[in-house]
Write a protein that binds this ligand. Structure first.
Ligand SMILES: Nc1ncnc2c1ncn2[C@@H]1O[C@H](COP(=O)(O)OP(=O)(O)OP(=O)(O)O)[C@@H](O)[C@H]1O
Ligand SMILES: [Mg+2]
Length: 221
């Protein structure tokens, strides 16, 4: 990846055990073409992330962070290399497979949250269940639980415009966690808040993920 290199840090925050890598990235290559110019963004990036592990990727603007996350989630396709999530290799040739990956295996926290403005917080958080079109008897219960875990339950009936920036972020995190994805991808979720708040929110996200990781291990045990 251009410009990232040694600014990537890995922080294993949990003793939740290791049931094999959740995300494996091998030799990822990605360039964009603009007229005659080729912009080389990812140059053979490899990374493995285990269950319960949190990896922060840092780098200057334009260094390829969003490109990497988009290639992992199948929003974009790499020119070469391979990504597997929870043991499934991402099939970039199949739009359906990539959509299913995002429906079932990945939770995403977008930089600008991407909450649906006409829906309440509760409905936004319940979207992954609606979109997956799978029968989820515990969906309502799960949504309520995750709203409480993240600390946004008291705003469940608000619409996004009736939330503060931090509350929008919490709603977005709740939505990413709701369907118990194998991996959560967060693209600068604290990019819009001041550094002190950002630090707290990174800790908040880490704490939520840790809770999830520990619960998952408990459930799998
Ligand atoms: N669709 C595209 N076509 C051409 N170039 C692109 C395209 N998308 C991204 N780029 C270029 O690829 C590089 C990496 O972009 P990317 O969005 O991944 O950076 P980033 O690390 O997420 O930056 P930021 O911190 O500003 O969000 C940038 O130089 C950008 O201009
Ligand atoms: Mg970006």
């Amino acid at each position: 990846m251009s410009g990232l290199g040694d600014t990537t840090t890995t922080n294993n925050i949990t003793s939740a055990g290791n049931d094999g890598p959740r995300v494996v990235i091998r030799d990822l290559v990605k360039s964009y073409r603009l007229g005659d110019e080729s912009i080389e963004v990812l140059r053979g990036l490899s990374l493995s992330v285990s269950a319960g592990e949190i990896v922060s990727i840092m780098g200057p603007s334009g260094s390829g962070k969003t490109t990497l996350l988009n290639c992992i989630s199948g929003i974009d396709s790499p020119d070469g290399g391979e990504v597997s999530i929870a043991g499934k290799i991402v099939d970039y040739a199949s739009e359906r497979a990539r959509t299913n990956l995002r429906r079932h295996d990945i939770g995403m926290v977008f930089q600008f949250f991407n909450l649906v403005p006409t829906l309440t917080v509760r409905e936004n958080v319940g979207l992954p269940f609606l979109i997956s079109r799978q029968k989820n008897d515990d969906a309502e219960e799960r949504v309520q639980k995750v709203l409480e875990q993240v600390g946004i339950a008291r705003r469940a009936d608000h619409r996004p415009y009736q939330l503060s920036g931090g509350e929008m972020q919490l709603a977005s995190i709740a939505r990413a966690l709701a369907h118990r994805p194998a991996a959560i991808l967060a693209d600068e979720p604290t990019g819009n808040v001041n550094p002190a708040v950002g630090r707290c929110d990174h800790e908040n996200i880490a704490r939520r993920c840790k809770i999830r990781a520990n619960r998952r291990v408990a459930r799998d045990a």
